[in-house]
Design a protein around this ligand. Structure first.
Ligand SMILES: [Ca+2]
Length: 363
């Protein structure tokens, strides 16, 4: 009867309420002729059978839909799991790369932090000049210098490869691991590790740049977060003595970063400004100055307790932090060289080195 049912299905389905009495099911004449049961009973049976099969069909369709959905869910979960595994592997690899590169960096630093070369000179350019005829390639590293008119010798880091070599490093910020929130005494004497981040110290720099018959240039090398590099250079650099709070004196500017030491306006000009720290305030905000609609009493406090030649407070502070940390409210914690910009915004600076070198003079 199954086949017959299928053939008559269309009719019954299309007109379920039409009375079927006396109607011949198409092609069903054989059953019809031999039918011993009354026709309306047969129709009822067929209709019941149709309903039950329809119900079964519906059930299996639902089941099929459910299992399809489950299958898709399973597939998606499987893919998600695979993605999770992949991304955790990527993270693991990146961590490994970071560890490796920091190890490379450390071993580089360790390479430099071996014992200072026992070669004396008045500064790194002096050492370079005296070694250049005996050593084919003078290595960068820690050397001992003894500036004229001082009783003491001290260690400095000499950059012997960069731009002709002979550079005495007076400041370096690279990884933010050294605390630059320091009082006056530390900025006067120096702190940090010569092979890594450090501030050589105002007294030492004063001794180097104040030797007779010498002139020094200052070179500031900046690296932005996006690895763009540039520099600012001053063809003359001197410090006044400690009783004048090591005021800075700058010559002509050259470079690609803009002259942030002088800024755009006279009141931002840090040239000739005395040095300030959180405990020694020479910042020109007396009793306070207005910055970005805030009253600032101490530029050092405004700049994360660092020391600099602040002047109301100015557009430069290379002792800020190289880390991309979130700034606290109204504070300037980053390395600042505000004239170095891209698309109108200051570069985010990730490292800086300040170095000085003797300029050859005629006498
Ligand atoms: Ca002040």
């Amino acid at each position: 009867g199954q086949q017959k049912f299928n053939e008559s299905k269309g009719v019954i389905e299309d007109f379920p309420d039409v009375p079927v009495k006396g109607q011949k099911p198409p092609g069903g004449s054989k059953i019809w002729d031999t039918c011993s049961i009354p026709c309306d009973v047969t129709v009822k049976l067929l209709r019941d059978e149709k309903h039950s099969i329809c119900g079964q069909l519906q059930q299996s369709l639902l089941a099929f839909g459910r299992s399809t959905r489950k299958l898709m869910r399973d597939v998606m979960e499987e893919q998600q799991r695979a993605l999770d595994i992949l991304s955790s592997q990527v993270t693991e690899l990146m961590t490994k790369v970071q560890t490796l590169s920091s190890e490379v960096q450390r071993s580089n630093t360790e390479m430099y932090s071996t014992k200072p070369v026992q070669s004396h000179g008045r500064d790194c350019s002096d050492i370079k000049d005296s070694l250049v005829s005996v050593v084919p390639k003078i290595p960068s590293g820690i050397y001992i210098i003894h500036p004229e008119n001082t009783d003491s010798s001290f260690e400095v880091f000499c950059e012997m490869d960069y731009m002709g070599g002979g550079w005495t490093v007076m400041q370096r910020r690279t990884d933010g691991l050294t605390d630059f929130k320091r009082p006056w005494a530390d900025y006067a004497d120096g702190f940090g590790h010569l092979a890594g981040e450090h501030w050589l110290g105002l007294k030492k720099v004063f001794h180097i740049v104040n030797q007779k018959d010498t002139r020094f240039q200052l070179h500031i090398a900046l690296v932005a977060k996006n690895d763009v590099t540039s520099y600012a250079s001053y063809d003359d650099f001197r410090l006044d003595n400690e009783t004048q709070f090591f005021s800075i004196n700058l010559g002509r500017y050259a470079g690609g970063t803009g002259d942030a030491f002088r800024g755009y306006e006279q009141e931002q000009n840090q040239d000739t400004a005395p040095f300030s720290t959180s405990d020694v305030d020479n910042d020109g905000c007396n009793p306070s100055c207005s910055m970005e609609n805030r009253m600032v009493e101490s530029c050092s406090s405004q700049h994360n307790q660092t020391g600099w030649w602040f002047n109301q407070c100015g557009l430069a502070n290379l002792n800020g932090s190289p880390e991309d940390v979130e700034q606290s409210q109204g504070q300037r914690t980053h390395i600042l060289w505000d004239t170095w910009r891209q698309n109108g915004f200051p570069h985010v600076i990730k490292s800086v080195t300040m170095k000085i070198r003797k300029i050859a003079t005629n006498n």
